[in-house]
Each structure stands twice: as C-alpha cells, then as structure tokens.
Design a binder for this molecule. Structure first.
Ligand code: C2E
Ligand code: MG
Ligand code: MG
Ligand code: MG
Length: 294
C-alpha cells in the first residue's frame, strides 16, 4: 500500500513537472513570434512628486498579449526571455518604443516627463545597451536625462565588473539610473556607493505594511532607507502605493516620489494623454477648492 501511494505521488509530481515544462516551452516558442507578430506593448504607470502632487514621468511596463496564450504576465515571460537571450531584441524594442513615446509626449506639449525603462542584467553583459541607448536618443533627438534605466540588485551578482563599467558609461552619457525593488535582493549596502545611480525604488513589500502603528519594524526600515538614501544624495520612489494612508505616511516621512494603483494602474499608451488631462483638471479643481476653503 505504502508502495502504491508512493508511486501515485511520484506520478502527481511528474505530471506537475510536465505541465511546468510544457508551459515554459509554449512561452518560449510564443515569445519567438511576439516581436514580429506585434504582440508586445508598453503600458505606462505614472510617478508623482509627493511635494506638489505633480506627475514627473512614467515607468514603462512590458505587456504581452499572445495570440496563442492570451495575456502573459511579465513575471512569467521575462525570465524565459532572459534565459533564452530573447531579452536582447525585446529590450532594444522596449527602449526604442519608450523613446518614441517621449517624443510623442514632447509633441503633445509635455517636455519634461521622464520615462523609466526596466533593463535586465543580460542587456548590459551580452547586449549592446550603450550603443542602443545612444543611437535611439539621437534618432529621436532626446536629452539623455529624459530616459531612466531601472536595474535590480542582481546586477551586483555579475562578478566580472562589466555591468558596473557599462552603468558608469551610461551615467556619464547623462542617462538616469535607478535601483529597482530596493531591499529585496542580496546586495550589500557598501555597493550602493559604487553604483552610479540617482534613484532608489523602495520595494512594494515594505509599502504594503505601511503605515500600521504597530508595525514598528517596517516603519523603522522605511524611515531608515529614506534617511540613508537622502544622505547618499539619492532620490526615493515608493513602489506599489495602494492607499491614501500609505501616500500620506510616505509624504510625511520625506519620501520624494510615489507610484502605485492608488495613483494609477499602468495605462496603455493611447490613453496616457487623456489621463494627463484629467489629472490636471482634478488638480486644478482641488486647488480651487482649497482656495475657497481659505
Ligand atoms: P517592477 O519593475 O518592480 O515593476 C513594478 C510592478 O508592480 C509592475 O508589475 C506593476 O504593474 C506593479 N504595480 C505597480 N503598482 C502596483 C500596486 O499598487 N499594487 C500592485 N499589486 N502592483 C503594482 P508588472 O508590470 O507585472 O511587472 C513585473 C516586473 O516585470 C517588473 O517589476 C519588472 O521587473 C519586470 N518588467 C516589466 N517590464 C519589463 C521590461 O520591459 N524589461 C524587463 N527587463 N523587465 C520588465
Ligand atoms: Mg521597475
Ligand atoms: Mg520595481
Ligand atoms: Mg517591485
């Protein structure tokens, strides 16, 4: 009997593994067609300045609507794209798309909105991200600070030093660099001084636990990160802000910028203009109301 149930659980495990492998294969072959079939798109999530509530820019987030698999979340397909090398052409497409969007924003009268783009460590080590960024900025005639590249702490695990050199070069070009998901990786704080970044993105997992008064540990970590970042001359963006309480807590603890569903979900490119106009309208109304209240 024991033998039988052992055999059964082995079978279960086996078919589970099979499903995982099949899904991965489907993603892999689907992804090969994604670029040519025009199945990729960027959505843009607004980032606001907590000091004045103004939009300072957007983070570009990749979306894949596969004709065979439907909508596949980035957390499923980005790792596959990375391990197959497909992240290189996809990453180039993302940078080009984002720069084209900055140009469109200019033409619509928004001259100082920054766009942040996520890049994988492979793009630094294997890809030619510097040339790619340089050429694309030139093609669209954009000032480099309008483009921000978000990297994660995994960049530091790449030991050859190649990526650090590449980051230095990008920073010298005037491109902004941000450290994404800060506080979740393995990085040592001493690395922070070595990286040519100007922004820290405080990971959502910390924001999630704000601002409950009894959560002293999270509050200590968040307040500590903000203080440390400012002393290092870095700007802090809070990720994943979902409530007004979180926003107000972050504002009162000197966090600089915020993004999250409370402000807006990532928006398809063709809806951004309407969102910006509505936001301006609401802000103006809010000002008028507070004037009336005075
Ligand atoms: P990330 O760069 O940390 O992006 C933030 C993620 O949090 C996004 O998930 C965003 O939609 C989500 N988010 C934002 N605000 C909220 C909120 O208030 N609540 C909740 N629950 N979630 C929120 P998304 O779009 O699924 O992307 C996941 C990750 O995939 C990104 O994390 C990034 O690491 C990666 N990724 C996305 N686009 C690209 C890309 O173009 N290239 C590369 N290399 N990676 C990308
Ligand atoms: Mg990011
Ligand atoms: Mg992030
Ligand atoms: Mg994150």
């Amino acid at each position: 009997r024991a033998k039988e149930s052992g055999k059964n659980s082995f079978c279960l495990f086996d078919s589970f593994m099979e499903a995982v492998v099949m899904e991965r294969l489907a993603i892999e072959s689907g992804l090969r067609q994604a670029l040519v079939n025009n199945e990729l798109a960027l959505h843009y999530q607004p980032i606001i300045n907590l000091a004045d509530n103004q939009v300072t820019g957007f983070e570009a987030l990749l979306r894949w609507n596969s004709k065979d698999l439907g909508s596949v979340p980035p957390l499923k397909f980005i790792p596959v794209a990375e391990s197959t090398g497909m992240i290189i052409p996809i990453g180039e497409w993302v940078i080009r798309q984002a720069c084209g969007f900055i140009k469109k924003l200019h033409e619509a009268g928004y001259a100082d909105l920054k766009i942040a783009v996520n890049i994988s460590v492979n793009q630094l080590v294997v890809g030619n991200v510097i040339e790619n960024v340089k050429e694309t900025l030139q093609e669209f005639q954009l000032e480099p600070w309008l483009l921000e590249l978000e990297i994660t702490e995994s960049i530091l695990m790449e030991s050859s030093g190649t990526s650090l050199k590449q980051l230095d070069e990008l920073a010298t070009m005037g491109v902004s660099l941000a450290l994404d998901d800060f506080g979740t990786g393995y990085s040592s704080l001493t690395y922070l001084r070595q990286l040519p970044i100007c922004t820290l993105k405080l990971d959502k997992t910390f924001v999630d636990n704000l601002p409950q008064v009894n959560n002293t540990a999270t509050r200590a970590i968040v307040e500590g990160i903000i203080t440390m970042a400012h002393k290092l001359g870095l700007i802090v963006v809070a990720e994943g802000v979902e409530t007004g309480e979180q926003l107000s807590y972050l504002y009162h603890h000197s966090c600089d910028f915020a993004q999250g569903y409370y402000i807006s979900r990532p928006i398809p490119e063709n809806e951004v203009n309407v969102w910006l106009i509505n936001r301006k309208f609401l802000n103006n109304n809010a000002c008028q109301n507070s004037e009336l209240m005075l």
